[in-house]
Design a protein around this ligand. Structure first.
Ligand code: COA
Length: 264
């Protein structure tokens, strides 16, 4: 299996394991990863997910250029749609997803990283959308998610130039949340994931769902959704436990119930 899933209490670590090709994604990998992500999304024992790449050079160096070079128009449509499905599956899973970017995150690799909720980068990481240099535009959501994260002007410059954005600059422009020494990256990702485990999983999933929708809805519609999910929280156990624990000056104990469904 080129997608390895390991578990620690509450946390699933998904490692793309094709280091000889800098973890580049061919169709087989896209399908395998999409299936793994769907299984994790339905698993109540998983409260946070970390995605990373095998080896110390790359997170994911993009879609497999060898495979893409042989595609025609219809093959390209299918390849793009499969990439979209993978990125959408990551974005809409109810659990928080952290990209631990341990090297190159280029093309599809950058697109997978920006479908994650939070990005932590190793200090040697390089992100970018170099597709136009191959004669194609980004096709796994890069033209849509990147501007939402860094703004339209910066996204255009990054896509048009195809340049590599280093970790420090990526942090400065909000493309990654934090930069860590490469040797600490996975531990830092786990440390962050553990802070999510202490929270109400349904409240967290509802928050993710609401934030995911923010670019697609008006403020008025977004606020209506927010009130609805806020009120739904009062039908479950989490709200009672969270508030009772506060009032009793103890830590809350939340159990995953899977009430909130996906976060799309
Ligand atoms: N698709 C297929 N194979 C890839 C790949 C990709 N996206 N990225 C890297 N590889 C393979 C290389 O072909 C090479 O394989 P080989 O050893 O069998 O020749 C191996 O990974 C190592 O890459 P290499 O290019 O030799 O390493 P480098 O240090 O010189 O350069 C990169 C690293 C990431 C800058 C360079 O590999 C690169 O630009 N990759 C393509 C990035 C890209 O355009 N991604 C978007 C695709 S839409």
């Amino acid at each position: 299996m080129a997608i390895e899933v390991t578990r620690e209490p509450g946390i699933a670590i998904v490692t793309v394991n094709r280091p000889d090709a800098l973890n580049a994604f061919n169709t087989e990998l896209i399908l395998e990863m999409t299936e793994q992500i769907k299984q994790l999304a339905d698993d109540d024992s998983v409260r946070a997910v970390i995605i990373t790449g095998a080896g110390d050079r790359a997170f994911i160096a993009g879609a497999d250029i060898q495979e893409m070079s042989e595609k025609d128009h219809d093959g390209a449509v299918a390849f793009s749609r499969r990439g979209h499905k993978l990125c959408d599956a990551i974005e809409s899973m109810p659990q928080p997803v952290i990209a631990a970017i341990n090297g190159f995150a280029l093309g599809g690799g950058c697109e997978i990283a920006i479908a994650c909720d939070i990005r932590l980068a190793a200090d040697h990481a390089k992100l970018g959308q170099p597709e136009v240099g191959l004669g194609i535009p980004p096709a796994w959501g890069g033209t849509q998610r990147l501007p939402r994260i860094v703004g339209i002007g910066r996204a255009k410059e990054i896509v048009f130039s195809g340049r590599h954005v280093g970790a420090a600059e990526a942090k400065e422009i909000g493309l990654v949340n934090a930069v860590h020494p490469a040797s600490d990256l996975l531990d830092e990702a786990k440390k962050l994931a553990r802070t999510f485990l202490e929270k109400g999983p349904n409240a967290l999933a509802a928050s993710k769902k609401l934030i995911n929708r923010t670019m697609e809805t008006s403020m008025a519609t977004g606020n209506i959704h927010e009130s609805k999910l806020f009120a739904e929280a009062f039908n479950g156990d989490e709200q009672r436990e969270g508030m009772e624990a506060f009032l009793e000056r103890r830590s809350p104990s939340f159990a995953a119930t899977g009430e909130s469904g996906d976060a799309g």
